[in-house]
Design a binder for this molecule. Sequence first.
Ligand code: NDP
Length: 332
Amino acid sequence: MYQAKAERYDSMIYNRCGKSGLKLSAMSLGMWHNFGSGANYDNMVDMVTTAFDLGITHFDLANNYGPYPGSAEENMGRILRREMSAYRDEIIISTKAGYTMWPGPYGDFGSRKYLIASLDQSLRRMGLDYVDIFYHHRPDPETPMEETARALDHIVRSGKALYVGVSNYTPEQTRQMAALLKDLGTPLTVHQPRYNMIDRAFFEDLEPTLSELGVGSVCFCPLAQGLLTNRYLQGIPADSRAASKSPFLNTNRINEDLLDKVRRLQAVAERRGQSLAQMATVWDLRNTLTSVILGASRASQIVENVQALSNRNFSEEELREIDEILGNKANA
Ligand code: NDP
């Protein structure tokens, strides 16, 4: 069995998640890609244990992560059971339901029927009694939000999740869910939005609402799925996400315009003594975020990205230059 490094808590930063008692590592590890059924077990263990040794305590899953849907939870369950059972109380496991998981009218969106059945399935796949955070993965245009809120409240009261959150909710939807949950006596602890240098608008629009409500923010895709790294500067590597069967990153996105921006961003990163992946990671964290969820295909990427924490201040000039390269207006 794996033995965690004694110094694992020495250099990671832990941020309070909104107004809750929960602290999360400033960097989390996500299992959307590279933890599915075809993934190499030893490589997955290497990534999870390397992350944990570096102080990453938060591991982000969803019912549908794979492929096949559910296989990332099965793999994480295997790792927790075989390698890390001694550390369960030092680990935050998140999962979600909201996207299509099984056929028929009960395997999607936000009904009480779906959320409760899905979490039961997730717990079985991971071999856990409870998850630490359970998210409603996306808003449901049909189910009354009161029903989704009552299901989330029930899940906390039944002990199957310690905290609840939402993902991809607009500011107005977030405000509504926070109010409904508050009335039921269960706080909305966390929101999970997309946020990176290229895709900024969703989080920047949401952030004032989260601050006002005291809801934490755990942002996904800080590296724009690998575009904000040096991964594609010499072509499309065979072992990269863009070359994989993932439907989420199309090679069309890797065009000359993007590569030109990436080269210029890399020059800014180099002046800071960082790789572009490192700069993009801490660029997210310069904001009032609780945590960024990094994806990885190998442990060395996690090591590199965590090292960025030692240089997370930006000068006004650097921020302006990044904004200019990406054609964004300067932001605070
Ligand atoms: P990132 O934007 O961090 O992209 C991760 C990819 O970037 C890696 O797989 C790797 O690509 C590449 N990479 C990472 N580090 C480096 C490095 N140092 N140098 C070069 N390349 C690097 O995040 P993801 O898109 O993976 O998303 C992260 C997590 O966010 C997910 O796992 C999931 O938990 C969560 N998420 C939540 C969503 C929601 O709706 N709530 C939606 C999407 C994600 P390669 O594989 O090619 O090596």
